[in-house]
Design a protein around this ligand. Structure first.
Ligand code: ZN
Length: 232
């Protein structure tokens, strides 16, 4: 009778794979990128908003005339509402990255609802009126989260290019730019973490990354625009 424990192990391993998959979830729509022949990409920033980094990111995006998407954490937005308002006033898109940024794996439907709705309310308080997409903290999701999003017609936005997730690359802006250039393709969603002091490499990479992709003929759009481009 060793079959049962083995089956349990296999089942658990399969669920673990699903929980971190960028392309599959049990309910609703999930996008690691979109299918389009057009050279469009979406630049997305996770976490925050934090006071210093937000201003710096906005300055570069303004200089480069790029609109990006910021997946903000509700609890941080609540502390830094003025930063959220600046992002929206500059014409960027806000996404929901949960309220408390915990791994939403074995969570209850009530917890999921609270995490999402509380953050949505804060996002609306910034004056943002567009569609609010959701990105799971740590990219993790299993049952309750995708079920709630799907039931409410919400989309799960992942990514297909994450240059600063590799610590060796993350320290060096030049490497971040190079990895991004080599991995991006039409319809890509680029994930950057530039909101914290430990993320100087990413912050410094933003301008150069935009320049290098533009040289390759890419145009930058928000997540909503990217989804629209794929639907057209
Ligand atoms: Zn995050």
């Amino acid at each position: 009778m060793i079959a049962a424990p083995i089956l349990l192990l296999v089942g658990a391993a399969a669920l673990w794979q699903v929980s971190k998959s960028r392309t599959f979830q049990f309910f609703g729509l999930i996008f690691p990128r979109v299918n389009t022949p057009e050279k469009v990409v979406a630049l997305t920033f996770d976490d925050g908003p934090t006071p210093n980094a937000t201003s710096e990111i906005l300055k570069v995006l303004d200089e480069m005339k790029v609109k990006a998407t910021f997946f903000v954490i509700g609890a941080e937005l609540e502390r830094n509402m003025s930063e959220g308002r600046k992002i929206v006033a500059a014409g960027h898109e806000l996404g929901n990255h949960s309220y408390s940024h915990v791994r939403m794996l074995l969570v209850t439907p009530g917890f999921v609802q609270q995490e999402i709705e509380q953050t949505d309310r804060l996002i609306r308080e910034t004056g943002y009126s567009g569609e609010i997409n959701f990105r799971p903290p740590f990219g993790k999701k299993l049952l309750a989260l995708p079920f709630y999003l799907s039931k409410n017609g919400r989309k799960t936005i992942m990514w297909d290019v994450e240059p600063d997730s590799n610590p060796e690359v993350a320290r060096d802006a030049t490497k971040i730019i190079e990895v991004t250039r080599s991995q991006v393709r039409p319809g890509s969603i680029i994930l950057l973490h530039a909101m914290y002091p430990s993320r100087q490499g990413s912050l410094k990479a933003v301008g150069g990354m935009i320049e290098s992709l533009r040289r390759e003929g890419y145009r930058f759009v928000t997540i909503s625009e990217l989804l629209q481009a794929a639907a057209d």
